[in-house]
Design a protein around this ligand. Structure first.
Ligand SMILES: [Fe+2]
Length: 289
């Protein structure tokens, strides 16, 4: 791999990031990846405590942990625990890792795309939207007490919202940005419409202009099965990937004047402001003062 810009954002260096889906690792076989511009080598051994993650250049050890079917790493001193996903503890859900999808763009762009309802009928026609149902109705955005960006009362018509869908319906959505590179969505289950399926997208910032999306799905058991949930997610993400890779510039502009906000972008406007306030610059084009 070529040299990449290193990260100086403490909030990112001292946080946990997914660096691999455990199903992609083979016992005893080395695995190379990159996090925040740092090349890492995973020496994946046996058991729960034997993972070894080192910086490829120096051999220096990096903190690592397993959770939710992923291998995690923190390059600095962890200031917070790995993001807690309460739905992962509910016995009546399928817990599925959605595959690791490499995307040539900033991970911040991947998060913002995940928040964008406006693209659904155009990028995922016949699945997550369809014409003429293209208007994004007003919704609420706010900060939570835990300092997360929360969008509620989002509603969107979807012809085929999930693999168990029998017909189209108005799907309720909630979005939550939990960390700069971690975002979750909650949407009505197609069979049990009063329950919410959850997708948490853990985005690995490979460097400023490359990321790997690691989706973690907690879907209400509705007879679909894990394999169908996984392949639906991969089909949807395969539609997003070329769109994301065509966005210019690859880093996310944080200047409020950089891209004209419209009402449907209320959650991304708040997300960008939240990144600015936290001095997150990695993967971004910082706002001019
Ligand atoms: Fe999409």
């Amino acid at each position: 791999m070529s040299k990449a810009a290193l990260c100086s954002d403490r909030v990112l260096l001292n946080d946990w990031h997914v660096i691999a889906d455990l199903t992609n690792l083979s016992p005893g076989k080395a695995f190379n990846t990159r996090l925040l511009g740092v090349d890492l080598e995973v020496r994946y051994l046996h058991g729960d405590c034997d993972d070894e993650v080192v910086r490829s250049e120096s051999g220096e050890h990096v903190r690592s942990a397993r959770r939710y079917g992923f291998l995690w790493a923190c390059l600095g001193e962890p200031e917070r625990d790995i993001v807690f996903v309460p739905e992962a503890e509910e016995a009546d859900r399928y817990l599925v890792t959605g595959g690791s999808i490499a995307v040539r763009t900033s991970g911040l762009r991947a998060v913002e795309n995940f928040l964008d309802m406006g693209h659904l009928p155009f990028v995922h026609p016949g699945y997550l939207g369809e014409e003429p149902h293209t208007e994004v109705a007003p919704y609420n955005v706010q900060m939570t007490e835990s300092d997360e960006v929360l969008a509620t009362e989002c509603k969107f018509y979807q012809p085929f919202a999930s693999p168990s869908a029998k017909d189209g319906f108005l799907v309720n959505y909630v979005y939550k940005v939990i960390r700069p590179y971690t975002v979750a969505l909650y949407k009505s289950n197609s069979i049990h419409k009063d329950r919410l399926d959850t997708i948490t997208l853990f985005v690995q910032p490979v460097d400023e202009e490359n990321c790997i999306a690691h989706p973690f799905l907690c879907y209400v058991k509705d007879g679909t099965g894990e394999a169908a949930v996984r392949s639906f997610m991969q089909l949807i993400f395969a539609q997003d990937k070329p769109i994301l890779e065509n966005q210019v510039p690859r880093r996310l502009p944080l200047d409020p004047r950089a891209e004209t906000p419209i009402r449907a972008d209320a959650v991304s406007v708040l997300y960008r402001r939240w990144l600015r306030d936290r001095a997150v610059s990695y993967g971004a084009i910082p706002a001019r003062l």
